[in-house]
Ligand binder design. Structure first.
Ligand code: COI
Length: 359
């Protein structure tokens, strides 16, 4: 269904960063998409407007009880000049699931997609083209009703902002150093670990900050109950290559169903690489390392795509070095395949790319 989206062009374009050193999430484009939901009007007034502050009552439920969900997706400029999104309907589905879990109202697929497309069109000249860069899109849903009783908000704002980005961990595919976190947990069974709620990221900050002080880029999360089973790495899903088998923890309520996770699983299957989705303990990982069988570890996510892990810190004095600290062949091949696909360099055999028309 075609949605009527009003467009107000900016009269004060923002300064453009150079593509050389974008980093991640430091710059915002000229426009944003926004619309509101009320009980009486439902979702209404979808519009693309100049990037601006939101008007939010200090009593808004998001500010007190954390009804906040977000998505992360990217628009890529292909070598052929065309602009493509990667599996955007998966982001919408996850937003829906998250909205159900947090008792929020979520926009329909049509308006979500058309909002994304219209914003990308409005800010097409913000999409960088250097390898490894993209326009990162951040659809966000918040409860906006001013009310201090603890119950689901009766008003919502859905907005999308855009940020030209380079690599999440810098502009190269260098392996990262990861600390095995044994004190803090990311998510508990029955909690909200499987949805992209802002609160999950707030609760991860202390562990990440302490890991950084120790010289690690991020943490490896273990299950909250026994501190035994591996769950995620930083803000990414995690894969281990042990011998010739790739193992990734199964989704079970505490792990975020990553769009890249799903894509990598399909790509491994298409390559007939043995893949097991099963619980994996940190002890199994350590034993595989000690036997010389731990050949690769990599994280997958929208921001970092495929990110190899070079060192796993088990404790202050026990570091596991993976593949001599270099990116492994499977992570390297998958990173290249996904990047080539996203930039339109190879045929879209999986049918994952959505071209943004009119650019
Ligand atoms: C992703 O890689 O998909 C993420 O969610 C990372 C983001 C929180 C920066």
């Amino acid at each position: 269904m075609e949605i009527d989206i009003a467009i107000e062009q900016t009269t004060e374009p923002r300064p453009r960063p150079t593509e050389e050193n974008l980093g991640f999430g430091r710059y915002f484009s000229d426009h944003m998409f926004v619309m509101e939901h009320s009980q009486v009007m439902g979702w209404h007034a979808p519009r693309v407007v100049p990037y601006q502050s939101l008007r939010l009552d200090p009593g808004a439920s998001v500010l007190h009880y954390g009804q906040a969900l977000f998505e992360g997706m990217k628009a890529f400029r292909g070598d052929d000049g065309r602009v493509r999104l990667f599996r955007p309907e998966m982001n919408w589905k996850r937003l829906q699931t998250g909205a159900q879990r947090l008792c929020m109202k979520a926009p329909h697929l049509d308006v979500f997609l058309q909002g994304v497309l219209r914003l990308v069109r409005a800010d097409a000249d913000w999409i960088p083209s250097k390898p490894g860069t993209a326009l990162y899109l951040r659809p966000t849903l918040i409860g906006s009703e001013p009310f201090l009783g603890v119950r689901p908000s009766e008003a919502y704002i859905f907005y999308i902002i855009a940020s030209p980005v380079g690599g999440y961990y810098g502009d190269s595919v260098e392996p990262v150093k990861i600390w095995v976190e044994r004190e803090y947990s990311r998510a508990a069974r029955g909690g909200i670990g499987a949805v992209k709620a802002g609160g999950n990221y707030a609760s991860s900050l202390l562990a990440a900050t302490e890991a950084k002080k120790r010289g690690f880029a991020q943490v490896l999360w273990l299950d909250s109950c026994q501190k035994k089973y591996v769950e995620e790495v930083g803000t990414m899903n995690v894969f281990f290559r042990i011998g010739d088998t790739v193992v990734t923890p199964p989704l079970g309520g505490t792990i975020l169903p990553g769009v890249m996770r799903d894509s990598i699983i399909q790509l491994l299957e298409a390559r007939h690489i043995r893949l097991e989705q099963r619980p994996i303990t940190i002890d199994e990982v350590t034993e595989a390392h000690d036997k010389g069988d731990l050949r690769e570890i990599f994280g997958t996510g929208t921001a970092a795509s495929v990110s190899p892990v070079g060192v796993l810190g088990l404790s202050e004095d026990r570091l596991l070095v993976v593949n001599e600290g270099r990116p492994g062949p499977i992570a390297t091949e998958l990173y290249k395949y996904v990047t080539d696909l996203q930039h339109g360099r190879i045929p879209d055999e999986m049918g994952w790319m959505m071209e943004v028309p009119g650019i």
